[in-house]
Design a binder for this molecule. Sequence first.
Ligand code: CNA
Length: 297
Amino acid sequence: MFQCMKICVERFVHSRQRLPFVQTFDEAVEIIRKSQKILVVTGAGISVSCGIPDFRSNKGIYSQMGEYELDDPSDMFDLRFFRQNPHVFYQFAHKIYPKNIAPSFCHKFVARLEKEGKLLRNYTQNIDNLEEAAGISRLVQCHGSFKWARCLECGFIIPGSEIEAEIESKTVPRCSKCVDVGVIKPEIVFFSEQLPPIFHDNVNLDLSQTDCVLAIGSSLKVAPVSEILRLVPDNVPQILINLEHLQHLDRHFDVELIGSADLVTADLSYRLGWEIDGAQEWTFYEPNIYQLKNNFI
Ligand code: CNA
C-alpha cells in the first residue's frame, strides 16, 4: 500500500515537460532524421492491420472475452488460472496466433530504422513474432512470443510451431517428454511472470543512451514496459504514433501523430526520403498533436 502510494506521488511530482525544440510535425521529422539511437516501444496496434486484434480497442480481444468462462478478462493471461483451466486459453489462442501473417508497413519501418543504423532497440510488447519476420534484430520481446513453448511440469522447451496443430484445433498440448504429460504453455509472459532476462539486460543502458523515443500502437497501460517512457531522461524527445490520444499520458509526448501506424510511418518514410510515395494529409488538432485526415486502416 505504502509502496503504491509512493509510486503515485513520484509520478505526480515528476511529470515530464514537453521540450521547446520539438513541438511541430516538421520538428519531429527532423529529430527522427538526426537521431542515431532511437528507442522504439511497440504494442498490439502495429499488428492490427495484419489481422491480429489488439486488447483494448472497441473490437479488441478484451471486448470478446464474454465468450469464455472468465470472471475477469485478464484471467486469460493469469498463470494460476492457466494452470487450473488451460483449455480456456487454448479455446482462444488461435485468435492471436500469427499463422500465415505478414508484417505490416509499420514493422518494415522499424526494420528500416535498423537498416539505416538508427535503431537502438525495439522493445515490443507483441507476442506475434512479426518483428523478426520483418527483419528486426535489435529486438526485445518484452512479453515473450509464440516462437517457443515450455512444459509446465518438466520445463522441456519446444519450438512453438510444434503446438500449432493444437492451437488450431483448440485443444491443450501435452508434453511428450515427461511422465506427468504436463501442459505446454507458449513462452509468452503471463501476469505475475517475470519479464525475460533480455529486457533487464538491456533496458538501463538503453535508457541512458537513447536520443529519441518512438512509442507506436500501444495504450501504454502495462508496466513495466509503460514505465520505460517515464524513465527516459527528460531531454530526450518522445513521439507517439497511435490511433488515439492517451489520456493518462496527456502532454507527456512532445509530438503526437494520431492515425494508423501504417499510414503514419508511410508518411514519415516519405518525408525521410525512403519511399517515393506515402505522403498523407494532416489536421492540426491541438498543440503538438496532429491527426491524419483520411485514416483508412
Ligand atoms: P492495447 O492495450 O490493446 O493497446 C493498443 C493500442 O493501439 C490502442 O491505444 C489503440 O488505439 C492502438 N491501435 C489500434 N490499432 C492501431 C493502428 N492500426 N495503428 C496505430 N495504433 C493502433 O495493446 P498494448 O500492446 O498496449 O498492450 C500490451 C499487451 C497487448 C501485451 O501484453 C501484448 O502481449 C498484448 N497483445 C499482443 C498482440 C500481438 O502480439 N499482436 C495482440 C493482442 C494483445
